[in-house]
Design a protein around this ligand. Sequence first.
Ligand SMILES: [Fe+2]
Ligand SMILES: [Fe+2]
Length: 261
Amino acid sequence: METYLNQGIKDVIGQFPVVGDILGEYDIGCVPCAVGSCLLKDIISIHGLSQDDERSLMARISGVIYPDQAPAAPIPVTETKPRPAAETPGCSPPMQKLVNEHVLIMRLIALIPRITENLDVQSKEGRQLIMEGVDFIRTFADRCHHAKEEDILLEYFDGTMDIIKTIREDHQTGRAHVRATVEALEAGDKAAVRQHLAAYGELLTEHIAKEDRILYPWMERQLSAPQIEELFARFSEKDDEFGDAAVRYEALIDRLEREFA
Ligand SMILES: [Fe+2]
Ligand SMILES: [Fe+2]
């Protein structure tokens, strides 16, 4: 079993497709995940299952991989100290700050289909509207929010882990879509503006769900109380760099929601 614990999850599912179905029953969505290079042992650890769920999950996977063997003793994949169940991860002040920022980012993303539906990229007003959205994404979502993740939060963790690499890659892909949006706008290419903003919205929706549901709860369990305190102080320093940005950008979203209701 040790061999499979250290194998990429897509490889394991490739050899034993039923493993993907079993993980899905525990709300672990490795089959639809576009990356899927996480190791099986990391998947079990990161999703913060209760110890009972972890034991039964591992027994079922073991039964699929070694159908002719008698059920093995529970395999200790994660630490044995008591942990909260995944449904009740708790949310410390610094993580709550990030989750609240996600809410505002998701409000902008929800507006993208309506904003781009009747967009006039030839008019000054149409271009200004897109640039307001781009400014929100670049300043609030990227320089303020993603910078808190990349420059502060992720630095507390092993950067070689697939989940950490995936988070950084998602941010880069998002930036590429924003650059392409601006280029398309300058070229007056409405279809490309719509395409890149839609792709950005899709990417960030999945990315934020991954962070809220999996990454942040897992990180909460790894960080010590002093680290959580330090994190909050460093996030607050980052917020100070942006002054009243949170208030200004919330006002922008309020206005766009009224305009595109
Ligand atoms: Fe992120
Ligand atoms: Fe985030």
